[in-house]
Design a protein around this ligand. Structure first.
Ligand code: 3PG
Ligand code: MG
Length: 349
């Protein structure tokens, strides 16, 4: 795999550096529910400070804001406060959510110019967003001397291992809510794995009419709820017996056991995306069972990616038991497809 040039080789002394980080952390009631991505961004910020940068402007998107109300919900303030607390250096500041500007997702050059304005060097450390060709990840890299951050490089090195000759069986397990994003990727990726386990909302998309040209293992039972609410009436049902109008919000005990069995035999594991609405404890057991099964297999090279899966792993205290915790969800999947990510491709070697 081609590696982009490293921030270690950038001349930043006395300069203003624009850093694109992926600070898109899970939020709950306006508070940061898991700060893994923020902590993972610190080594690059510290390196820039150590190398004498005069000013470090960090930018990131947060969530997928669409409405006016979302501007309050996804304001960067709590993230900026956490960065300030962890870095403790006034040279570092965090810009407002890049997605508040409509130019961002259009990869607009005008917005990229505004970001670049007054900066001398650009560092992309946002591995989790490197699959997006957006102004802050792509267009801006054409306007300033561009370098890869330490996290971005480390992610490419670890995930690259999954692209080479892996030990088999290779078990891929995927779930999560961004179904449309993941289906295309799975289509290209599934062939590399020996077993593909699918939970969450994606499983329902694939049931009946599987558009993929390989077999996937789907849940046979689910924890279903009468409506999409934390306190809804719920029960365990075989998938054919889910009451009309009810929603599957977690994988059931039979499925957990079957998936755990596949994970126990694996020699290579890649897990992305929770098995259900794990933010609600009543629907978290399936995701926790997967976290435990992945962590329990100490013979496998195991990679867990995606903010929600990582959060589940952290909450179970199991992050230390997997080979690599990736800050990328969709980005890891696209990398595993064998694609060069736009945010990486634009940085010279
Ligand atoms: C992620 O959480 O996967 C990244 O931060 C990218 O977010 P996005 O899917 O909204 O572009
Ligand atoms: Mg994600």
């Amino acid at each position: 795999m081609r590696l982009p040039r490293s921030v270690r080789d950038a001349d930043v002394a006395g300069r203003t550096v624009l850093v694109r980080a992926d600070l898109n952390v899970p939020l709950e009631d306006g508070r940061i529910a898991d700060d893994t991505r923020i902590r993972a961004s610190l080594p690059t910020l510290r390196l820039l400070l150590d190398h004498g940068a005069a000013e470090v402007r960090v930018c990131s998107h947060l969530g997928r804001p669409k409405t006016e109300e979302d501007r309050a919900r996804y304001a960067i303030a709590p993230v900026a406060a956490r960065v300030a607390e962890l870095v403790g250096d006034e040279r570092v500041g965090v810009l407002e959510n890049t997605r508040f500007d409509p130019g961002e997702t259009a990869n607009d050059e005008g917005f990229a110019r505004r970001l670049a304005d007054g900066c001398d060097v650009y560092v992309n450390d946002a591995f989790g967003s490197a699959h997006r060709a957006h102004s802050s990840t792509e267009a801006v890299a054409r306007l300033l001397p561009a370098y890869a951050g330490l996290l971005l490089l480390e992610e490419l090195e670890h995930l690259g291992r999954l692209l080479g000759d892996v030990e088999r069986p290779f078990v891929l397990i995927s779930g999560g809510a961004k179904v449309a994003d993941k289906l295309g990727v799975l289509r290209n990726l599934g062939g590399r794995a020996d077993t593909v386990l699918i939970g969450g909302k994606m499983a329902e998309e694939l049931r009946g009419d599987n558009p993929l040209d390989f077999e996937v293992e789907l849940p046979s039972d689910v924890v279903a709820a009468s409506r999409f609410a934390e306190d809804a009436e719920s029960g365990v049902y075989a998938v054919e017996q889910i009451p009309d109008g009810w929603l599957g919000l977690d994988i059931g005990p039979e499925t957990r056991e079957r998936f755990a069995g596949k994970l126990a035999d694996a020699r290579t594991i890649f897990w992305n995306g929770p098995m259900g609405v794990f933010e609600w404890p009543r629907f978290a057991e399936g995701t926790n069972a997967v976290a435990e099964a992945v962590a329990a297999n100490d013979r496998a090279f195991s990679v867990v990616g995606g903010a929600d899966s990582v959060r589940a792993l952290n909450e179970a205290g199991l992050a230390g038991h997997v080979s690599w915790v990736s800050t990328g969800g969709g980005a890891s999947l696209e990398l595993l497809e064998g694609k060069e990510l736009p945010g990486v491709a634009v940085i010279p070697s």
